[in-house]
Design a protein around this ligand. Sequence first.
Ligand SMILES: *Cc1c(COP(=O)(O)O)cnc(C)c1O
Length: 393
Amino acid sequence: MRHDPLDYLSRELDALKQQGLYRHLRILEGEQSHKTTFDHRLVVNLSSNNYLGLTTHPKLREAALEATRRLGVGTGSVRSIAGTMDIHMELERRLATFKKTEAVVVFQSGFAANAGTVAAVLSKEDVVISDELNHASIIDGARLSRATIKVFPHKDADAARKILQDLPSGQRKLLITDGVFSMDGDLGALPALCALAEEYGCIMMVDDAHASGVFGANGRGTVDHFGVHGRVDIQVGTLSKAIGALGGYVAGSKALVEFLYHRARPFLFSTSHPPATAAACIAAVDVLEQEPEIIDRLWDNTRFFKAGLKMLGFNTGLSESPITPVIAGDGALAMTLSDRLFQEGVFAQGIAFPTVARDKARVRTIVTATHTKDELQFALDVFGKVGKELGLV
Ligand SMILES: *Cc1c(COP(=O)(O)O)cnc(C)c1O
């Protein structure tokens, strides 16, 4: 018998099982929505990023079907060869108007937008100054760029300043933060970082994946929320979370976007969105512009649920967004909490190292605009019951 050169992978999986960190994928049997069936169990779903319920919005569904009938299911090429349809250009124009920037380029995902952009705009003589909790796609982009990576403690603009003070003034620098941090739900120190970027001549970049459709007027993002229009050179957004479909985009100057058309590797080397996806995203922009009351419902539900968790006595960290972590500490305990919640009809995914620090394991909850108050109250009751059982409250 041939020796399996991958057998070390099974040993690593066994180690995960021993630590209580081995996970089965939960299987969704139906639509992504606020109350739905995973693994044969009907649950209140607090695990998706479908903030506004747009995954199943009739306007998006219809737009995708119409585009499929008219244009087919695929594009057959990367954007830079034969895969740019007029519907891609229309989406980019709509997003640029929405974001109030000169131009937008759409990528296949938020991950591709971040990694592709950071890697394209920097080279190995340059420096990235990055919040320690920035998303993996930023970190990967920075590594691919071969620039020097300097990490500052979470949201600590003074520490970022100390890093900048020690760098030669002629060196190219990218200062980068998440707009909303995906595991803690707190906001990046945008105004302070914009000021620093101006003082030290840095390129300023924000990853607004969790802010797109959630923060700012009509969901324009944290740049709008903080009133720092014109002070952020590169804004990344996602079309995969609140926007309900799939994709990512970069909003900025015309020169930035044209440069990325020529140099961003996911743009050049990976096939473009199917027409259905582009059409659904255009319809989502219509919804954000025409039905902003959906965003009000999201925030109303967010306030209700956060207040309930606090009242029960859970450690919910410093969240300022619809993402509310319930911090358990130990990884295995967080997984047990998630499993017990699920048995009782509430799906809140457990998250442990390496996604968060070893002693900060948690279940992460995300409410949406489409949850009813009854569903959220039910979830709070279950949290109370299971939290007591596990000694968390
Ligand atoms: C989800 C996420 C991304 C990636 O977006 P996708 O469209 O899912 O690829 C990037 N950055 C942050 C902060 C995210 O939370």
